[in-house]
Design a binder for this molecule. Structure first.
Ligand SMILES: [Zn+2]
Length: 270
């Protein structure tokens, strides 16, 4: 960086330091969309190295096409989205900053209709659109992130550390726990996104209902999702209230033959 740029950066850091002291830290995001993509990309590499990935191209193509349809239905999706499947039996899905989304094999199995699966995908897109991951990173690493990004160091040790945190579930969970307000934001987003995509938004509520039932019968299988998405009847009620706010729309799709074929394919493999 030129000395002028360094000076400008320092001034920005000081200005932000004053701002931060009186701002609500939870809403703070030090990362630009470009930074989010850089961190997301590096984290995606770590995640895909440490988790077993599901490689069936037919299943991957379906998840990608459903995911991209949801992205197209969202006016706010500023990133290029990547959808992948993790070869794990637990019911879980998560999103990294910058548009890297993961759905577990167990989640495809647990969903009984395409609208349920689309609802979860919409919820995760909502976390990306709301920059919830970037806010968590800003909250946890504070100015270290800012200094790193301003310096434009690219693949920094900090970015690597963030990537490792995300990848190692357990500690990584802290970065995926966005809080109640962010969860509501993502739920409301999922409802709107589903309707825009011509998919029945009731799937969002129904999937949460399925998760509550699973929690009683097989708590281990939904542990991670439950740790990051506190499941309550209130949450289901909130989703239904969001749906009720929308004008009635005819012809919304509940499921598809393609979904049934893909689910059968996933079930047959294990
Ligand atoms: Zn969530």
């Amino acid at each position: 960086m030129t000395p002028l740029k360094v000076k400008k950066s320092l001034a920005l850091i000081i200005a932000l330091a004053i701002f931060v002291s009186c701002a609500a830290v939870n809403r703070l995001n030090f990362l630009s969309p470009k930074d989010e993509v850089a961190i997301g990309k590096q984290t995606a590499r770590e995640v895909e190295r440490s988790l077993r990935m599901y490689r069936d191209p037919i299943v991957l193509a379906y998840i990608d096409s459903l995911g991209q349809a949801m992205v197209r239905a969202s006016a706010l999706a500023q990133f290029q989205y990547h959808f992948k499947v993790v070869d794990a039996p637990e019911v879980n899905a998560f999103a990294l900053p910058g548009g890297f989304l993961y759905v577990n094999r167990g989640l495809i199995k647990a969903a009984s209709t395409e609208s349920e699966l689309a609802g979860v995908i919409g919820h995760e897109i909502g976390h990306v659109v709301g920059h919830h991951g970037a806010r968590q990173i800003s909250k946890r690493y504070g100015f270290a992130v800012l200094v790193d990004m301003i310096a434009g160091r690219g693949e920094t040790s900090l970015a690597r550390e963030i990537a490792a945190q995300f990848a190692s579930f357990g500690t990584g969970l802290a970065l995926l726990k966005y809080g109640r307000l962010a969860e509501r934001e993502a739920d409301a987003f999922a409802v709107q996104c589903a309707v825009n995509a011509g998919i029945d938004p009731e799937g969002v509520a129904r999937f949460f209902q399925t998760l509550l039932t699973l929690h009683n019968s097989e708590p281990k299988g939904v542990e991670v999702w439950f740790a990051t998405h506190p499941p309550t009847q209130a949450r289901i009620d909130f989703v239904r209230a969001e749906i009720a706010k929308l004008p009635p729309t005819d012809g919304l799709k509940k499921t598809s033959i393609r979904f049934d074929q893909i689910r059968a394919r996933v079930l047959a493999r294990r």
